[in-house]
Ligand binder design. Structure first.
Ligand SMILES: Cc1cc2nc3c(=O)[nH]c(=O)nc-3n(C[C@H](O)[C@H](O)[C@H](O)COP(=O)(O)OP(=O)(O)OC[C@H]3O[C@@H](n4cnc5c(N)ncnc54)[C@H](O)[C@@H]3O)c2cc1C
Ligand code: SF4
Length: 626
């Protein structure tokens, strides 16, 4: 039986950081990823931070991947961070850039397929030097220990069994490794959020003009108030290079008590007039064929129009991009940028006048995705290991979601380094004996020392101060009625510190339901926006794709072997799943909930009451953007 030093299960950003760090320390490491290629199974909002805490050390992406800043596998560096309180068409925008920059080196928007593919390339080079690597399309099915022979055996759906001296489980929020080995219970709805996201296409320079950005710079907007349709959580709109990530993140409990189709929740954000104005673009619509013409002629026109629209869209996207402009001239396709513009305008005219093509204001959706997110404040594993398996990132339940602070990617990377360092030390001491817990305890202790763990356990006074100070300058407190007193209290250094101390004494955990309440996420933002907000008018209507259209636009490799089994088809939870599954994979037949399954995009929402597994290697959803 083949043996490796370390096996990493799951090639998200956490697992890939572990592969890079272990390999750069000369340790043979092999990463197994269920997706057909790295990146196709991962979803984020997302902003990836590099942090610089005042006390303690975190391990950042730019430290682990040395070329990160030069090669720029991200989208834009976020230089503006704005909280929008929303009430119907009124919005009060509060600039929270100071809080985004709090103890940060930088934060950049990312699309996970691109980011993780780059991580994979960087890691693979180093891993192969040590006899390791990445094996795609492999789904780890089981892990067991032969205590007598001191062996740890890994079984997959695709390969022969093999052994490892140590394992890093980076298999995400629905970690099967955790379940198989009994390391932790499945996360329950109060411990989770559901994230739903769409990627919207928009040319680079239009993004820069609309969001008032210099090349390479980006903005993050987050949303609270009535866009949430009464749920606890909020929305986001982040700028990428030539697309926007728009999505919502809601407490799972809040969704259970007020079930609503997740696609409708993201639609509510898209339909907000303020958001609509940011996502709009000029879209060409194919004309209806002239039925008086022969079938052949109709077909010929259809092809011609289609080709012209594609050409116009491509030219336009390149024309409105910095790289595109350079490429036109480098390739000598055009003599000048003015020539590109003239060509574009000529095609536009031809489409309009010769072929009756309509040009409308609309938005263009590229991808719909969903995923569960663990709330580290509630569900991080207190003991993130079992025997010689160390859990990192979402698999260990370590997301950091505190008001406007949304972090999971950086936390997973920090965990990855801590796990790798622990393995290196245990290998050097030749102490990977599963009975001794030496490795697990080393890692546990290191994770406990991470400033991120501290952030999940206590409220940071200085962080709150940054938010209150910046918000206080922008919200005239005499105008916010009954919240004035509370606001004043928090603006006073001494009183704020005392109240935060009291909360931390009572136990931050015990206060969470009060802190993350309808009052804070819904009613207060609505009131503030209604009183102080500015009206936005947006007069076009969005052609939001139907859910079935969204699903059929995704790349999908269906697995005839079901990866989800309903435990109790009559449970109240499963009945709610008929609404809460973001792709409507469930339906009610008589008294029983039945899984249809065609559209499952592996979000995990139904996992608490199903036997939930990822599909076999290479099967299932393949995100292009993530
Ligand atoms: C809508 C949304 C918005 C978010 N916004 C942000 C943000 O702005 N900033 C931020 O920092 N974080 C954000 N997050 C959280 C962040 O995306 C996650 O914390 C992070 O992606 C988790 O990475 P991971 O490597 O731990 O797990 P994952 O990315 O889930 O990777 C797990 C991998 O393991 C593989 N796998 C699973 N089981 C097996 C198996 N048995 N065998 C082989 N392979 C397996 C999967 O295919 C997958 O590739 C957001 C998340 C969502 C959904
Ligand atoms: S069936 Fe698939 S898409 Fe639906 S909730 Fe379950 S994991 Fe998500």
């Amino acid at each position: 039986m083949e043996q490796f030093d370390v096996v990493i299960v799951g090639g998200g950003s956490a697992g890939l950081a572990a592969l890079k760090h272990l390999s750069s320390k000369g340790i043979q490491s092999v990463l197994m990823e269920a997706g057909s290629t790295v990146g196709t199974k991962n979803v984020s909002g997302g902003i990836l931070y590099s942090k610089n805490p005042q006390t303690g050390k975190v391990y950042n992406v730019d430290e682990i991947f040395e070329n990160f800043l030069q090669e720029k596998p991200w989208e834009r560096q976020i230089t503006k961070y704005i909280l929008n309180c929303v009430s119907k068409d009124k919005v009060l925008s509060i600039d929270l850039t100071d809080s985004h920059e709090y103890q940060s080196n930088f934060g950049c928007s990312v699309l996970l397929n691109k980011l993780n593919s780059w991580f994979a390339k960087q890691s693979l080079e180093v891993a192969e030097r040590n006899g390791g690597g990445i094996v795609n399309g492999v789904h780890v099915r089981n892990i067991s220990w032969d205590e007598e022979k001191g062996k740890t055996i890994i079984q997959t759906d695709e390969l022969d069994d093999f052994e490892a001296k140590a394992i890093i489980a980076s298999d995400g929020v629905n970690s099967e490794v955790a379940e198989i080995t009994g390391a932790r219970k499945k996360f329950s709805p109060p411990e989770l959020y559901q994230g739903v996201k769409v990627v919207v296409k928009l040319p680079e320079e239009i993004i820069e003009e609309r969001f008032d950005l210099s090349p390479g710079e980006g903005t993050a907007h987050i949303f609270a108030g009535d866009v949430t349709l009464g749920h606890i959580g909020g929305g986001f709109l982040y700028t990428n290079i030539d697309s926007l990530s728009a999505g919502v993140v809601y407490h799972y409990d809040s969704l259970i008590s007020n079930p609503m189709g997740p696609n409708n929740l993201v639609n509510a954000l898209l339909n907000n007039p303020f958001v609509k104005e940011y996502i709009k673009d000029e879209v060409a619509l194919e004309p209806y064929p002239d039925k008086s013409l022969s079938k052949m002629e109709q077909l010929r026109i259809k092809f011609a129009v289609n080709k012209l629209i594609k050409r116009w869209e491509k030219l336009r996207f390149e024309y409105y991009s910095h790289e595109g402009k350079k490429r036109f001239l480098d390739d000598k396709e055009f003599n000048s940028i003015e020539d590109v513009k003239s060509k574009m305008d000529a095609i536009h005219k031809e489409l309009l006048e010769k072929y009756n093509t309509r040009f409308e204001t609309d938005y263009v959706e590229l991808e719909y995705s969903t995923k569960l997110i663990p709330d580290g404040k509630r569900c991080r594993m207190k003991k993130p290991y079992i025997k010689n398996i160390l859990f990192i990132g979402d698999a260990a339940g370590r997301g950091l979601f505190i008001g406007p602070r949304i972090e999971g990617l950086n936390v997973g990377i920090d965990d990855a380094v801590r796990a790798s360092n622990a393995i290196k030390q245990a290998l050097e001491k030749n102490n990977l004996d599963v009975a001794s817990n030496y490795l697990g305890e080393l890692y546990s202790q290191s994770v406990q020392e991470s400033p991120y763990t501290m952030d999940m356990e206590r409220i940071d006074k200085y962080y709150i101060k940054t938010i209150i100070d910046t918000a206080g300058k922008q919200i005239p407190s005499q105008k916010i009625g009954k919240y004035r007193l509370l606001f004043r209290l928090f603006q006073n250094d001494k009183l704020r510190n005392i109240s935060i101390d009291i909360v931390n004494k009572i136990g931050y955990n015990n206060m969470l339901s009060l802190i993350e309440s309808e009052e804070t996420y819904i009613h207060t933002p609505i009131n503030i926006a209604a009183k102080l907000g500015t009206k936005t008018i947006s007069e076009y209507s969005l052609s939001i794709p139907e859910l079935s259209q969204r699903i059929s636009n995704l790349s999908y490799n269906d697995d005839p072997q079901s990866h989800i089994k309903i435990i109790n088809p009559r449970s109240e939870f499963m009945k709610k799943m008929v609404t809460l599954c973001p792709t409507k994979c469930y339906s009610l037949e008589g008294e029983d909930v039945v899984l249809q399954h065609e559209g499952c995009i592996e979000c995990g929402t139904c996992s608490p009451e199903t036997e939930w597994r990822h599909p076999r290697g290479e099967k299932g959803i393949q995100y292009k953007y993530g």
